[in-house]
Design a binder for this molecule. Structure first.
Ligand code: GTP
Ligand code: MG
Length: 199
């Protein structure tokens, strides 16, 4: 899919205030610092469309971006970031889960996983929650440039085994790097196909 335009639309913490347009919407979610905002910039080939930071907790709101004037990408705050105060952490989690439970325009979520790490409880629990709530998702293994090819394959296989303990099959997955644009074409192609399917 060709990206002709990508515009920031609105940030907020209230699902009810998200854009009203009935456009297909794709959301990026995952632990703080996993690379959600960077991935959006990489896909859109824009350096700072979404705000990124080396420190976790950068994205704190629901951010809508209008792509090619006919679908939305959504950048969300990370989960599992222990350093934010307990009360604000609860607010993030509440509006994140509210977003997924209530947002009718949402077609598909991408759950980002750092490809360097072993399966983490918080990610497995989040995907479990998505499954129980009927939210379709794919997995995106991020930061591919930080891991050797063999370790990447091993980590994905470990993930597959872990997922198969509770899921019938491993969800569709992508491998990406925001540093070298790995996975860009494949991910955009898939979104394009889903957009057509949903029309
Ligand atoms: P929060 O908004 O805090 O939840 O984080 P986020 O998931 O949006 O992460 P963000 O995109 O801000 O990236 C976090 C850090 O990881 C930044 O320092 C990025 O430069 C770095 N990063 C993200 N993706 C990649 C990648 O593919 N490769 C490498 N090497 N670094 C990456
Ligand atoms: Mg972010």
């Amino acid at each position: 899919m060709k990206i002709k335009s990508a515009e920031f639309v609105v940030s907020n913490s209230d699902v009810a205030k998200c854009p009203k347009e009935k456009l297909h919407e794709y959301a990026f979610i995952g632990r703080s610092n996993v690379g959600k905002s960077s991935l959006i910039n990489m896909l859109m080939q824009r350096k700072s469309l979404a705000k990124t930071s080396g420190r976790p907790g950068k994205t704190q709101l629901i951010n809508h971006f209008l792509i090619n004037k006919n679908w939305f990408l959504v950048d969300l705050p990370g989960y599992g970031y222990a350093k934010v105060s307990k009360s604000s952490k609860r607010v993030f989690q509440k509006f994140i889960t509210q977003y997924f439970a209530e947002r009718e325009q949402l077609v598909l979520a991408f759950v980002l996983i750092d490809s360097r790490h072993e399966p983490q409880k918080v990610d497995l629990e989040f995907m479990q929650w998505m499954g129980e709530n009927g939210v379709p998702f794919c997995i995106v293994f991020t930061k591919q440039d930080k891991v050797k090819p063999n370790a990447l394959l091993r980590n994905i296989e470990t993930y597959r085994q872990k997922m198969l303990a509770t899921w019938e099959e491993m969800p569709r997955y992508f491998v990406t790097s925001s540093s070298n644009s790995t996975g860009r074409e494949e991910l955009l192609k898939y979104i394009g196909e889903v957009n057509v399917e949903m029309d």
